[in-house]
Design a protein around this ligand. Structure first.
Ligand code: SF4
Length: 428
């Protein structure tokens, strides 16, 4: 019996797909890369943008041919779109949204037993296994799920439910599990990760607890919300050796009026304050962000304010999007009054500006000696490739640098956005 998983969307979905894979594997099913070989196909979906939903629906529709040829094939849709649309999605057998993930073992048992005649699926429903990293050097580790923020444009709180922070003992259990399997870099996940709070334990405190157990593992975290930034968090990043000098802090817009309509609960000045504190306290920290253009009522002047803050902050990298209306959110009640052509033109201008800055930021690597964690071999020339602590990719001209090794690299050139360097191996 084989299963195949198709994943769309964010890092949390990537993690959830591995969790589902572990559940199927516990029942003796084998994962396959080829959907045609599979007895069960799982499509893990995203609802954050209309485009993401269209892609998943297109894929589900293209799988119908396989379903006709193989009537016993089971098609399962999970993720945010399963929560949002459920059985309104045509052509699938099961729908499991993130709000039901605590029941995944039980539901998967039904799926496996019901249609595929396998009956040896036995473990308590509380026992969701830690996803196996499968030899990977990097892994995701959710520390909280859901979100309470209800930013006016965002569907996540509706489909993923309220924020729930995970017990630190369980987090440490999974961290040790990953460490024992050779993982060298862990990204802590949460929709608004710095809002983490479990009893007395805040997110900065969690970072300190994790740092004591990291033992040579690099730690990153995603996604931070500016409204939950604190000096204590900045101190924790600075103090904890394992925590990388890298923060993803979405600004979304450079206009206070638009930020208010987005219900983001910070101002541009407030955001600027945290950037200054981060840069002062953590030398060389890399800052990445998300920016949305064309939010309802955004004027040319508001957009210029976004360009202004982008020029000022000089982000290392940005994910840039056009606003896309999500039914059921507060922003969907506003008139989507920025014409598509205008949204596209603004996005192009923003991308051109930010890409230039990203290129210049990457060029700052030139001539420097930097620690790289080798993650894999590059596709083009089969050379080891890895990341700096600040999250920048570097190809290493040394065939015998192994995946999972930390090496010190002298960056000699930049190709596209990737550094290329020579190395000396380093003990860690
Ligand atoms: S913080 Fe805002 S944008 Fe992020 S998931 Fe929560 S509601 Fe959505």
């Amino acid at each position: 019996m084989k299963f195949h998983i198709i994943t769309y969307g964010c890092q949390m979905n990537v993690y959830d797909s591995r969790m589902v894979a572990s559940l199927f594997e516990m029942d003796g099913l084998e994962e396959t890369d080829n959907p045609e070989d599979a007895d069960i196909i799982i499509v893990n979906t995203c609802s954050v943008r209309e485009h993401a939903e269209r892609r998943a629906l297109g894929r589900i529709s293209s799988l119908q041919k396989l379903r006709r040829e193989k009537p016993e094939l089971v098609l399962v849709v999970i993720g945010c779109m399963a929560e949002r649309l459920g059985d309104k999605i045509p052509g699938a057998d099961f729908f499991i949204g993130p709000r039901k993930y605590d029941r995944l073992p039980e539901i998967i048992k039904k799926i496996v037993k019901g249609k595929c005649q396998i009956s040896n699926f036995q473990f308590p429903k509380e026992c969701i296994p830690y996803p196996n990293p499968d030899g990977g050097v990097t892994a995701f580790l959710p520390v909280m799920r859901g979100c309470n923020n209800f930013c006016s444009y965002c569907i996540v709180p509706y489909v993923r439910g309220n924020a729930v922070s995970r017990n630190p003992d369980d987090i440490l259990g999974e961290l040790r599990y990953l460490r024992e399997r050779g993982v060298k870099e862990i990204t802590l996940l949460g929709q608004s990760v710095n809002e983490y709070n479990f009893g007395e334990i805040s997110f900065p405190e969690l970072l300190r607890i994790i740092d004591r157990e990291a033992l040579g593992i690099r730690i990153r975290f995603l996604t931070s919300h500016p409204a939950y930034m604190s000096d204590d968090l900045i101190d924790a990043i600075a103090e904890c050796d394992s925590v990388c000098e890298n923060i993803h802090l979405p600004i979304q817009s450079g206009s206070d009026r638009i930020l208010k309509l987005m219900e983001r609960r910070y101002t541009v000045d407030g955001y600027r304050h945290w950037i200054q504190r981060l840069r002062k306290r953590i030398k060389g920290i890399a800052l990445t962000t998300d920016i949305m253009v064309g939010f309802p009522t955004e004027t040319e002047e508001n957009f210029e304010e976004t360009l202004k803050i982008v020029r000022e902050v000089r982000f290392d990298f940005a994910y840039m999007f056009m606003y896309s209306e999500r039914k059921g959110t507060k922003a969907a009640l506003f008139p989507d009054d920025v014409l598509l052509g205008v949204k596209k033109e603004r996005l192009e201008r923003l991308i051109e500006l930010q890409n230039g800055i990203t290129r210049e930021k990457n060029e700052e690597l030139l001539g420097r000696e930097i620690e790289i964690l080798i993650e894999r071999k590059s596709r083009r020339d089969n050379l080891p490739i890895g990341k700096t602590r600040t999250g920048k990719e570097v190809i290493v001209k040394m065939q015998n640098a192994k995946t999972g090794e930390y090496v010190n690299v002298y960056v000699e050139s930049i190709s596209g956005w990737t550094g290329i360097g020579r190395t000396h191996k380093r003990e860690k």
